[in-house]
Design a protein around this ligand. Structure first.
Ligand SMILES: Nc1ncnc2c1ncn2[C@@H]1O[C@H](COP(=O)(O)OP(=O)(O)OP(=O)(O)O)[C@@H](O)[C@H]1O
Ligand SMILES: [Mg+2]
Length: 282
């Protein structure tokens, strides 16, 4: 089928939840059950180009599952998921693989191969595609420099701290300049100082490349760091935005009891009257 023969999934409509034409990721009425439990019930949202969406929710609400749905690692029971404008809910695996390659995923547990060097972990996708060693080495050095870990090139993951492992997995996710980044709790289990470094890296990536992203976090403090800071390249550090202003391209979603309880800006979140949200934010 040619492109022009297929109807656009993004037909113009007044529906505020409809996907926009250049949306990197869009969920429409997505539901998923595990056994008797409906984990996600009719989830709809649209990520726009350049946007970062912070996904909050209590443990077990399905945040990691939502990220895996986003790149087709889990398939929904019903609804549509558009990744880079293509419907992936029932897309065959080989075609999906090509789209998944355009996404960078930072798994909740870093998911590095302990038996491979940092170089091979970071280069994993490029090695699979048969890219030359010389090009791979150059790109691994560049990705590791971005996360300030170039000196770990030849080391093995077990010799790294938890924070370093997380940074290596960020290097792996960004090495191929992804069109979408899915961060699953990148600061989970880390101490505040190390979390600061990871937050700074996420903000650096956001502000340097404007790659659309979904970021799951358990820590409200990290979420608010994301919206109240920008990356200053001259200082090579994140710096606070003027008091009371928030990054306009970073917004929030809250998943609660199978539903998307909230999807909106920082201002809207802070002024929400919803009793659960008020409690959650307090
Ligand atoms: N492949 C699977 N098969 C069956 N149940 C699953 C599967 N994956 C996840 N679940 C269940 O779905 C629920 C949500 O899991 P998920 O990992 O998405 O939660 P989460 O919101 O990321 O939690 P946390 O904040 O602890 O990371 C859990 O009860 C989990 O056991
Ligand atoms: Mg999780």
């Amino acid at each position: 089928m040619t492109e022009t023969a297929s109807p656009s999934p993004f037909a113009s409509t007044a529906d505020p939840l409809a996907c926009v034409p250049d949306s990197p990721l869009c969920f429409q009425d997505v539901s998923l059950r595990f056994g008797a439990r409906t984990l996600l019930d009719s989830i709809s949202f649209t990520l726009r180009p350049g946007e970062t969406r912070i996904l909050l929710g209590l443990a077990g609400m399905g945040k990691s599952v939502l990220l895996k749905l986003a790149n087709g690692l889990i398939r929904p029971d019903s609804g549509e998921i558009f990744l880079f404008g293509q419907s992936i809910a029932t897309m065959p695996e080989p075609a999906l693989l090509n789209l998944r390659r355009r996404t960078g995923m930072i798994f909740q547990e870093s998911a590095l191969f302990d038996s491979l060097t940092v170089r091979d972990n970071v280069a994993w996708q490029l090695i699979e595609r048969g890219i030359s060693n010389e090009v791979i080495d150059r790109r691994v050095h560049r990705a590791l420099s971005f996360v300030d870990l170039d000196d770990t090139f030849s080391l093995y993951p077990p010799s790294l701290s938890g924070g370093m492992r997380r940074r290596v997995s960020i290097a792996r996710a960004i090495i191929d300049k992804p069109d979408l980044i899915l961060y699953d709790s990148p600061t989970g289990g880390l101490d505040p100082v190390t979390s600061h470094t990871i937050n700074e890296l996420v903000i650096k990536e956001r502000d340097a490349y404007k790659t659309p992203a979904i970021l799951v976090t358990h820590r409200l403090q990290d979420a608010f760091t994301m919206v109240t800071h920008r990356f200053d390249h001259d200082a090579n550090a994140m710096v606070p935005l003027p008091r009371g202003s928030f990054d306009p391209l970073t917004s929030f979603m809250v998943l609660h009891e199978s539903h998307l309880l909230f999807d909106g800006s920082t201002d809207e979140l802070l002024s929400s009257k919803d009793p659960f949200l008020k409690d959650f934010l307090a």
